[in-house]
Write a protein that binds this ligand. Structure first.
Ligand code: XMP
Length: 303
């Protein structure tokens, strides 16, 4: 991007002109895209904007707290605790697209309650360029808040980052001093697509803690995206006992926009450090494996 400051100025003016004296709402996911869009829109219209963060229980460790802290200056911020409702809705669901659908539906339900409550006329979204390309090609259903416009009668949708790539969004986020500027991308359906099969509180806890270890241990390797996923169960030995514990996959990739990716070459010591922390800190994990597959043929996420 040529000049971040003029981009910000231009977008703040654009959002201000679009929203005018009306009310707007934005779903904050904790990620860099929606956070950047929210910060720009808030600068434009202040408390006419209601940023809504839905705690789905599918978030990374510390994400909810980070959102609360970063956006504490916005009086209109709403944090909705929907963790139990998401787990209930996901009970028995094993198909990846079905998971996305259930999460998307529940998300819309949570969000529309607030949208009606604050009488929102405009929907601000953190959509970026690759989201549009992937959705148009229908490679997968991006959950975000795609279904909302049909359910709530908005006068318009405002997407200040719609023509931008991820690295450009980060530049803008940095210029706005957002703590999440450097956070790795995270899928809308969250940890639900990082636990294979049914989503349970136990699997989510393993994926959350293990992802936290991976992110922390790989900070210096600077991957584009890195995380842990829970694959299933296998035999291991803990103490004197054979156990049937979780198999955790570690994935770390280099990419520009997520459309293609290369598995990152990590050194053995780093991998062993990650393995020993994940198995040591979580008694129910029996094995850790490293994924060496590029995209294509694999995808970045497991579902
Ligand atoms: P895949 O797994 O398709 O992921 O190689 C490419 C990038 O997209 C993210 N991702 C998603 N983002 N909703 C999202 O908002 C989704 O359903 C979704 N699935 C994958 C993934 O984390 C990676 O950055």
């Amino acid at each position: 991007m040529v000049d971040v400051e003029s981009f910000v100025e231009e977008k703040v003016a654009e959002v201000g002109a679009a929203v005018g004296d009306a009310n707007a709402i934005i779903a904050l996911s904790g990620g860099v895209d929606s956070s950047t869009a929210a910060a720009l829109a808030y600068e434009a219209v202040g408390d006419q904007l209601t940023p809504v963060y839905v705690d789905t229980g599918l978030m990374r460790k510390g994400e909810t707290e980070q959102v609360r802290e970063t956006f504490a200056y916005m009086d209109s911020l709403r944090v909705v605790d929907a963790r139990d409702r998401f787990l209930d809705a996901l009970a028995g669901v094993t198909d990846p697209e079905e998971k996305r659908h259930v999460i998307g539906e529940q998300f819309i339900r949570e969000f529309e309650t607030v949208a009606r409550d604050v009488d929102a006329d405009y929907l601000v979204q953190g959509t970026i360029y690759p989201d549009r390309i992937e959705s148009e090609g229908s490679i997968k259903s991006h959950h975000n808040v795609g279904g909302l416009p049909e359910r709530v009668d908005f006068d318009g949708i405002v997407e200040p980052m719609r023509d931008r790539y991820k690295d450009e969004v980060r530049e803008v986020a940095r210029s706005l001093d957002l703590a999440m500027a450097e956070r790795m991308p995270f899928p809308g359906p969250g940890l639900a697509v990082r636990v294979l099969g049914e989503v349970t509180a136990e699997k989510l806890a393993v994926a959350r803690e293990a992802t936290h270890v991976v992110e922390a241990e790989l900070e210096e390797d600077d991957p584009w995206q890195a995380f842990a996923a829970v694959l299933g169960k296998a035999t291991g030995v803990k103490g004197d006992n054979r156990v049937h514990g979780w198999v955790v996959a570690v994935r770390s990739v280099e990419s520009r926009d997520g459309m293609t990716a290369r598995a990152q070459e990590l050194d053995w010591e780093t991998l062993q450090r990650i393995q020993s922390r994940i198995t040591g800190e979580n008694n129910s994990v029996a094995r850790v494996v490293y994924d060496v597959t590029h995209k294509p043929p694999a995808t970045i996420e497991y579902e």
